[in-house]
Design a protein around this ligand. Structure first.
Ligand code: ASP
Length: 420
């Protein structure tokens, strides 16, 4: 037991996952369903609730802090524009890849109609009303999506997790206004958001300590069978294929045409950062190494790497975006809901925004997925379906996040003639 407690967090989560899976298998045959529902499932709900609890402060602090730190480099507005443009461009490509992959492979269809029905009853109690809401939104006219993003009361917006897009909108404008306001006047506000962001990162770290219990409880009450595992396998494979496409096709193309660095040299240069990203699942934790690799191994000047990479760690998460697109559609498929083209466009928009708002720490992406799910009227409890496989996917998507930041840094460095 002592040895178990001394394991690193990711190993504990893996062990919890294993035990939870076994429990989920045997609960029904052993007649433990009642016990599981009364004594185990609540811990899973507790875990999901605590994740939802942190979502709005997480967006607010991480986004305001990330955007307002641009003011340190206001002289570099051209570089800033280029960087943000490229970040948005790669993120949109990433979400699109995710959407195409999940619509082609359709991993959710590995579940039978009966299983889907069972799942939607278990996890999407109020899915009916949500679908109606989604349909209503659809019939409200094309610009209603935009209207819905702009809240008329910020406290109203922050009072419900369903309004996260509105909170993102507020945070972005707040951050931009902070850049525009006189620096000496907003010092205190900036310090507040910087400090707040640190607090939130710690908060997430604390929550993750509870993750093994949460993961166990969620899996144990899943009532798992082979079919579900098959679908989860297909889902993971879809995510991995999307990530691989980004790393082996899109980034090499960008480097080939917009930078002078050869892809093999690029990979050799940033490999240490990629390995660290894989083992920590955090672009923020990897950042010092990413910057060092960019400077020393790729020859990117300090001015460019010092601006592009920290910003990228905060707002550019291509791996996370691919994961969000695939996950949202997979959960819909698992619940037996066919998403309309409009809803998939909403996923595109929200996944881009929420990957920008996601903190660069383990498990941040899955919290932000709640935004995407709620934006298209899916019950965020559907997260329970994919939580089991989130850790390995988090490790992989963090590698892609860091690789994406380094790719953009190489491109910006070339444009700024800052490749040494
Ligand atoms: N762990 C990822 C990162 O730090 C974020 C995520 O959860 O997707 O880049």
């Amino acid at each position: 037991m002592k040895r178990l407690l001394r394991l690193p967090l990711y190993a504990k989560i893996l062990v919890a996952m294993g035990i939870g899976l076994v429990w989920g298998f045997v609960a029904e045959p052993l007649g433990l369903l009642g016990f599981t529902a009364n004594w185990i499932k609540p811990w899973g709900i507790l875990f999901i609730n605590s994740l939802k609890l942190i979502a709005i402060p997480l967006i607010l602090f991480s986004l305001v802090d990330g955007i307002s730190s641009l003011s340190d480099v206001s002289k570099l507005s051209r570089m800033g524009g280029r960087t943000i443009g490229l970040y948005l461009f790669t993120t949109v490509i990433a979400v699109t890849i995710g959407l195409v992959a999940v619509n082609m492979i359709r991993p959710g269809k590995f579940l039978s109609a009966e299983k889907r029905q069972q799942l939607s009853e278990a996890y999407a109690s109020d899915i009916g009303t949500r679908v109606t809401v989604a349909h209503q939104q659809k019939s409200e006219g094309p610009l209603q999506v935009l209207v819905n993003i702009v809240p008329d009361n910020v406290f109203g917006a922050m009072s419900s997790n369903t309004n996260m897009l509105q909170v993102i909108f507020f945070s972005i404008l707040f951050g931009i206004s902070m850049i525009l306001a006189p620096a000496d006047k907003v010092k205190t506000v900036k310090g507040f958001f910087e400090g707040g962001n640190e607090v939130i990162l710690k908060f997430v770290e604390l929550l993750m300590k509870f993750a093994p219990v949460g993961v166990f409880a969620l899996l144990a009450s899943l009532n798992i069978d082979l079919q579900l595992i098959g679908a989860l396998g297909a889902y993971s494979l879809t995510v991995v294929l999307g990530l691989a496409f980004m790393v082996f096709v899109i980034y090499p193309l960008l480097l080939r045409f917009l930078s002078r660095i050869r892809y093999p040299d690029f990979v050799r240069g940033i490999l240490p950062a990629q390995i660290l990203a894989f083992s920590t699942s955090s672009s923020a934790a990897t950042l010092p190494v990413t910057m060092e690799c960019a400077r020393k191994n790729l020859g990117i000047s300090e001015e460019v790497s010092g601006f592009v990479l920290p910003l990228g760690a905060t707002i550019n998460m291509d791996g996370t975006s691919i994961h969000q697109a695939v996950s949202a559609v997979f959960i819909a498929q698992a619940f037996g809901i066919d998403l309309t083209v409009g809803q998939q466009l909403t996923i595109l928009l929200t996944a881009v925004l929420s990957s920008i708002g996601a903190a660069a720490v383990p498990g941040a992406g899955i919290i932000m997925l709640i935004i995407v799910l709620e934006a298209v009227g899916l019950d965020p409890a559907g997260l329970a379906l994919i939580l089991a496989v989130d850790r390995p996917l988090d490790m992989l998507r963090t590698v892609v996040n860091v690789t994406g930041d380094s790719t953009v840094a190489s491109v910006v460095a070339r444009a700024e003639r800052a490749l040494l």
